[in-house]
Design a binder for this molecule. Sequence first.
Ligand code: 13P
Length: 253
Amino acid sequence: MSRKPLMAANWKMYKTLGETREFFEAFLPKIKDIEDRDIVIAPPFTALALSCELVRGLDNIRIAAQNMFHEDEGAYTGEISPLMLKDIGVELVILGHSERRHIFGEGDELIGKKVQAALKHGLMPILCVGERLEEREQGLTQRVVETQLQGGLKQVSNGEVENLVIAYEPVWAIGTGKTATPELAQEVHQFIREWICKKFTSTIAENLRILYGGSVKLANVAGLMAQPDIDGALVGGASLKAGDFEKIVRIEG
Ligand code: 13P
């Protein structure tokens, strides 16, 4: 298995420019020696340009946006385009995060368009999928995840899917302190990989990185990373402090 772990920080709506600078000043010297995994930081829009500037020239860390719109430009008040992200040096974009889906009403069709636009412009999408508690309780987890994968990857070709990452984030585990057990997360990750194998090819499925997200912290990350189909983490709250996130990044699976 040759998948390089990817450890990503989703800062959500946290950190001013000053706080962003402070984080990178503390974090970058700590991770200088790390080569065996990719590190991604997703700051809020206002801190993206500064973050790109601060990591410029470093090979092991890249910057992601937390969202974007799918058009190149136009009368879309309040939105940010893939071109604007590329322009400042952003390399990845989180799409379909459960907070976008459930607080801001984003549906699979819109998310599919965003994934397509990101790929077209050479931004790597981190496509998030995950069920809500009531869906899990009703035994609908696989059906929900499958629908989200179908919608998100609707127009994606074999060549394009190689430039994409999937994150499984059960909604009931996000920000709640309730992580999925490693076994339970593994079950869904395996389902996602098998689905990708059916829709694309076995090589694509074998190479695809699938991250777990939802209350990941130092205390639980090792167990998750030890699972065969968990290739990294998308970390919210525990990524905000440089020292904490560095320790999480270093955990071996
Ligand atoms: P927490 O780690 O704060 O639960 O957030 C997870 C998440 O939503 C990452 O995208």
